[in-house]
Design a binder for this molecule. Sequence first.
Ligand SMILES: [Zn+2]
Length: 150
Amino acid sequence: MIEPEEYRRRLRALLARPLFRKGSHAVNPGWIGIAERLADAVEALPRGGTVRCSQCGEKFGFWKAYLVFDFSDGDMRDALTGPMREAEVVSSRTCLVCGGPGEIVQVCDDLWHLALCPEHAGLPRDEISALLRPFVEALKQGAADDGKPA
Ligand SMILES: [Zn+2]
């Protein structure tokens, strides 16, 4: 599991990249590497600069990124499908807390589905929330960050 300080540093770098510069973005600590790899893949495309992520976050256990681009460009759409799917599939097998190997599990008795490793899947819901709290705080500050250490 990465430290909140490292997460804050990587999140700040991520939100400065063309793909994530605008929009509403939520990336759990265990998934920050997935978001970084998606940005790498998009930037490696011939027209990577024309693509941006309008919104991303956890949905039904997956990390989902909504990419906006010139829809008249069919080649671009095809080129983006692979990296987008890859990010979703990998997130469903990656613990959103620690980044370790995991799977989507139902948390407690409710309908909350999260991708968790066996260790974190064994925790009560409020303990998972407590673990994520410093990262949620960092995320809230992310876009508005003035560069000073918190
Ligand atoms: Zn874990």
